[in-house]
Design a protein. Structure first.
Length: 85
């Protein structure tokens, strides 16, 4: 295993997964909590959705959120660059 990487055992939707990464245990616990909350919300809103489709929607929502945050960060960085020039 690469230096600095750890193994984390997490429970998501009742299933155990091993995740390898550089994050802290606190970070991974927060990720697990948010994933479980979001998945529960999706399943509550669409109870007939299969497990696979619910997980896919969770992933799509996460990527969408990530892209939105990156756009915000890029705009802020551009604004700082514009002010310093």
């Amino acid at each position: 295993m690469a230096e600095g990487k750890r193994r984390f055992k997490v429970q998501i939707d009742g299933e155990e997964f091993t995740i390898i990464g550089k994050s802290t245990p606190e970070h991974m616990n927060a990720v697990m909590e948010v994933a479980n909350q979001e998945l529960a919300t999706i399943k509550k809103m669409m109870p007939s959705l299969s497990e696979k489709k619910a997980a896919l929607l969770l992933a799509i929502n996460a990527v969408s959120d990530q892209l939105e945050k990156q756009e915000e960060l890029d705009k802020l960085q551009q604004k700082i660059e514009d002010q310093t020039n």
